[in-house]
Design a protein around this ligand. Structure first.
Ligand code: SAM
Length: 406
């Protein structure tokens, strides 16, 4: 058996209890309905039309359940194929779907390298899987070959820089491994090694990596993985290029745009000479803390960057996976919008009426409607500049997306 398949038969990941479906829906990126719409369909997908999706390497079902539930909530005539090598993971994902009464999903045990047998797909989710393949480009290509015209993919691959220390530890554990070691022995050795690490060790210094502290499946997935090849930004572009795919956009674009973080005018001027992939690669090095790269891509011979919904007063701003009240309270107290991500702290300036504008973002009003609802309504140009500033800040953090009015 392939060592990766064997691992996920023993340690389905992430650990999930189907009973938890009664109390919460796990949300995330990629693959929320609003994110797919924003990145791949210019915010204008008509969800009353049929939608075929593949969740490739669906694991215990996080993206699968989120997407199936969100499409069901919109009564979308959806068909979702779940595909994974691991029977153990599939059983959990199936039980979660059953618990929610989701009927749009077909479950298949198999490899994403054979995805073409089940296509074509308007959308493919592949989260946390391709970096575990012996030949990730073969995986990208297999998925690319099964995209319907105009379709696209949401992908997550590990980021090398944010996982500093992980690979040193994996290497040490490989050198300590003995033929015939059971999983329990390997976990015991890993725990002993972790307790022996000095403060100077790179994993010890990287306090933002915590999966190994959660449970055995987390520890195994992070430190004892059978195969795990992380990516830098330029390597993602190379893999896409070799697979006939092109970048549509990274999720949380602020993480990939040095303009959000570099304030020095001379540096900014030089950065403006770089092309987009170069700027994104620079941003990754500058912050140094990206653990996961989440992005949307599509066939390179299709429309790419301009698929992403663009700011326009006629668009509806849609809050995304965010609790607004605590943010509004902070803003009300005169504090700036502050983002904290793995040691990075960044402030985003907002215009004077930001709180009023954000309170009016209800997922149905366009920016234009919001201006009319403000009392007193600001002059059109002033409002436009404020709305753009708010959008840039919140969208940069993936907290605000766009949807076109039906
Ligand atoms: C880290 S888990 C991620 C699961 C899920 N996508 C998520 O984000 O929660 C990786 C999953 O990919 C599956 N996998 C690995 N290689 C695969 C392949 N070639 N075809 C299908 N599934 C694969 C594993 O069985 C495992 O369930």
């Amino acid at each position: 058996m392939d060592p990766v398949q064997d691992q996920y038969e023993h340690f389905p990941y992430p650990t999930r209890d189907p009973r938890d479906e009664d109390r919460r829906l796990v949300l995330g990126s990629p693959s929320s309905r609003d994110e797919i719409n924003h990145f791949l369909f210019g915010g204008a997908r008509d969800w009353s039309k049929p939608f075929r999706a593949l969740v490739a390497g669906g694991g215990t079902g996080d993206a699968l359940i989120m997407l199936a539930q969100q499409l069901a909530d919109f009564a979308c005539p959806a068909e979702i194929i779940y595909l994974d090598l691991s029977k153990a993971a599939r059983e959990i994902a199936e039980a979660r779907a059953a618990r929610r009464g989701l009927t749009s999903i077909s479950f298949i045990t198999g490899s994403l390298l054979d995805a073409a047998d089940h296509g074509p797909f308007d959308y493919i989710d592949c989260c946390g899987v391709l970096h575990h393949l012996e030949d990730p480009v073969a995986g990208f290509k297999a998925l690319r070959s099964t995209l319907a015209p105009g379709g696209g993919m949401g992908v997550m691959v590990y980021g090398e820089l944010g996982r500093t220390g992980v690979y040193d530890t994996q290497e040490m554990l490989r050198s300590l491994k003995k033929e015939g070691d059971s999983a329990a022995t390997r976990i015991d050795i890993a725990r002993r090694l972790l307790s022996s690490l000095p403060e100077s060790n790179r994993l010890k210094r990287n306090s933002f990596v915590k999966d190994h502290l959660s449970n055995e499946a987390g520890l195994f997935d992070l430190l004892l993985h059978a195969r795990d090849c992380p990516y830098r930004v330029h390597e993602i572009y190379e893999a896409l290029d070799q697979s006939g795919l092109g970048m549509v956009g990274f999720v949380a674009p602020a993480n990939y745009d040095p303009d959000y973080f570099v304030t020095d005018a001379k540096l900014k001027a030089r950065l403006s000479l770089l092309n987009e992939p170069e700027r994104e690669a620079f941003a990754e090095l500058h912050t140094g803390n990206i653990k996961k790269h989440m992005f949307y891509c599509a066939a390179s011979d299709s429309v790419l960057r301009s698929r992403v919904a663009a700011f326009d007063p006629k668009m509806i701003p849609v809050l995304h996976n965010v609790q607004l009240e605590p943010i509004l309270e902070m803003l009300d107290e005169g504090k700036p919008l502050t983002a904290r991500r793995e040691g990075l702290r960044a402030e985003f300036p907002l215009p004077p009426r930001a709180v009023e504008i954000l309170r009016l973002c209800d997922g149905t009003r366009t920016f234009k409607d919001i201006r009319k609802a403000l009392s007193p309504a600001p002059p059109a140009q002033e409002f436009l500049e404020s709305a753009q500033q708010i959008y840039r800040a919140f969208n940069g953090l993936n907290l605000l997306l766009l949807r076109a009015r039906a």
